[in-house]
Design a protein around this ligand. Structure first.
Ligand SMILES: [Zn+2]
Length: 551
């Protein structure tokens, strides 16, 4: 209903030849008329409807729908007149390796006098990133390695004094600050990167462990056991061509109940050991047991593509502001309410469409930006931020000349917000640029409301941060301009329960309200343009775990 009224209003205004307030949003609220520009809501709607339609089959990399997607984006970038990022081509090939691990049904833990037999899925989930067909560990000694963290700066080493060769590390999820009362110690309840499973995987690899088992605990992980079951079974994609022959052969998770059983059988009290692991000076501890477990792998290689175009800077073409949004989603899956296509309208056709509208706004501005502005649409985010990982490992534009990254992943479809919520607030001066832009829109800035869940580490900007490029990931989410906080919360809760990574994440033109997307798009446009027309190099705050030199 609302949509048709808007259409009629827009048509009427267009007919009499003046600028429609409903169709455009003034992206530059400063008085500098030479840079004034606007985002077009119809551009966003057009791309959104296209990319989230069933014809794109949920945009899974390497499928027909995935191929259709990058081809569409390539042709749209061409139409916009963006310069191809790679000479003649907008495409950066991202080689992917799909591994399907068939988990052997039992994991046995042998104490010599007693054996524990655990069942796959119910008690444990494991997989292997190796390219071998069969990967197994036989009688590998189990060692409790606390949180599996090695941090020289903090003088923290959960693997102190132990040679992990042939051994399997048993570790806790999250970091020692979680659940404590010192907000300074590992950032208190705010999850640090060391709390994430991907950090723990990497660290166990570096320590030369043969295997890694993470103890799942719902509140520390930020999600329940069934998420482990659903996300770590079935085909797993990784970057191809990475030598994993020296990495842990087997990685995975055990249920908390099994961890308690394991410690009890080892003559230890789980709670006491957990407390000890949170104190400095923790030493790894053998559990006096040997584990046997295995998987059978099937492999498939394929190539997907990042799509990138840019506007060369008029004055400093060798310096770059990089916008990102992932174009992929999770394809076709389990049928829910008669629908098997996971359209990913919000996640993340919304971000891609808003970025394309921004590119259009940059192109139609009367003067080009002084620094180059890059629009990078990455693949395989849902499979573990792979497209952006590949990009930062093989940057088209040098990372030390990249001023910042501005990432969009899920743009609010319910209208304008009073808040601008920064995920990972407190890391860099990007906060200050966001704050200034938000103020121009009469919005206030706040930090993410669930920092213990580690969302800062869960989208593409994180790969830029890891390489030292200051990154921003922000959106209006919690305080609806006219309908308030309760309304925003209701939408968010409903989305997470009913639509997140479900076939119901669809675009409904009668339901989607463009003003929120335009508001966030305009803000991102403003920040990017401000930085593109300045000599600034935003800095990381000294207390952040990231820094420019760390690349
Ligand atoms: Zn996403």
């Amino acid at each position: 209903m609302k949509y048709y009224l808007l259409l009629i209003a827009a048509a009427a205004i267009l007919a009499i030849g003046c600028k429609s307030e409903t169709a455009t949003y003034n992206a530059d609220t400063s008085s500098d008329a030479t840079t004034a520009s606007s985002l077009n809501s119809e551009t966003i709607r057009k791309h959104l409807a296209e990319l989230s339609s069933d014809a794109y089959q949920g945009r899974m990399p390497c499928t027909e729908g995935g191929i259709k997607t990058y081809k569409y984006l390539e042709s749209e970038m061409k139409k916009l007149g963006l310069k191809a990022a790679k000479g003649e081509s907008y495409l950066q090939a991202v080689p992917l390796l799909t591994v399907e691990s068939e988990i052997r049904p039992e994991m046995t833990v042998d104490f010599g006098t007693k054996k524990l037999n655990w069942q796959k899925s119910k008690d444990f989930i494991i997989h292997s990133e190796r390219t071998d067909k069969e990967v197994s560990l036989t009688d590998s000694e189990l060692v409790f390695c606390g949180y599996g963290i090695v941090d020289e700066k903090k003088g923290w080493n959960d693997y102190a004094g132990i040679d992990m060769k042939g051994k399997t590390a048993v570790i806790l999820i999250n970091d020692p600050g979680y659940g404590g009362d010192d907000p300074e110690f590992f950032n208190g309840d705010i999850m640090t990167y060391a709390g994430r499973w991907d950090y723990k995987y990497d660290t166990a690899d570096k320590m030369g462990a043969a295997g890694l088992i993470i103890i799942h605990e719902t509140s520390s992980a930020g999600y329940p056991w069934f998420v482990i079951q659903s996300s770590w079974t079935g085909p797993q994609q990784g970057l191809s061509g990475v030598d994993r022959s020296q990495d842990c052969g087997i990685k995975g998770w055990i249920h908390l109940d099994k961890a308690v059983e394991l410690f009890t059988e080892a003559g230890l009290d789980f709670t006491t050991e957990l407390k000890a692991a949170r104190k400095p000076g923790f030493k790894p501890k053998s559990l006096g047991a040997k584990v046997t477990m295995g998987v059978d792998n099937a492999h498939k290689e394929c190539i997907s593509y990042n799509v990138a175009g840019y506007i060369p800077g008029a004055k400093y073409p060798d310096e770059y502001v990089v916008y990102t949004a992932h174009w992929d989603h999770i394809g076709i899956g389990k049928v829910v309410d008669g629908d098997s296509i996971y359209n990913g309208a919000l996640d993340n056709a919304s971000g891609v469409s808003t970025l394309l509208a921004m590119a259009e706004a940059y192109k139609s501005a009367p003067t080009p930006p002084e620094r180059s502005v890059v629009f990078l649409l990455v693949t395989a985010e849902e499979q573990g931020l792979l497209g952006s990982e590949y990009y930062v490992e093989n940057p088209i534009f040098p990372l030390d000349k990249t001023v910042c990254n501005l990432n969009m992943d899920g743009v609010n479809p319910i209208g304008e917000m009073n808040d601008l919520t920064i995920t990972g607030k407190g890391h860099s001066e990007m906060d200050d640029y966001a704050e200034r832009a938000a103020r121009k829109q009469d919005r206030y800035v706040m930090a993410e409301q669930e920092p213990e869940k580690g969302y800062f580490f869960r989208s593409d900007h994180f790969n830029f941060a890891k390489k030292g490029v200051p990154a921003l990931y922000a959106e209006g989410a919690y305080d609806h301009k006219t309908k308030g906080k309760e309304f925003a919360k209701e939408f968010r809760d409903n989305f997470i329960n009913e639509r997140y990574h479900a076939p119901a994440d669809e675009y409904d033109p009668s339901e989607w309200i463009m003003e929120g997307m335009l508001q966030d798009g305009a803000l991102y446009f403003d920040i990017g343009k401000t930085l593109a027309n300045s000599r600034d190099w935003p800095k990381w705050y000294p207390n952040s775990e990231f820094s420019r030199t760390k690349s």
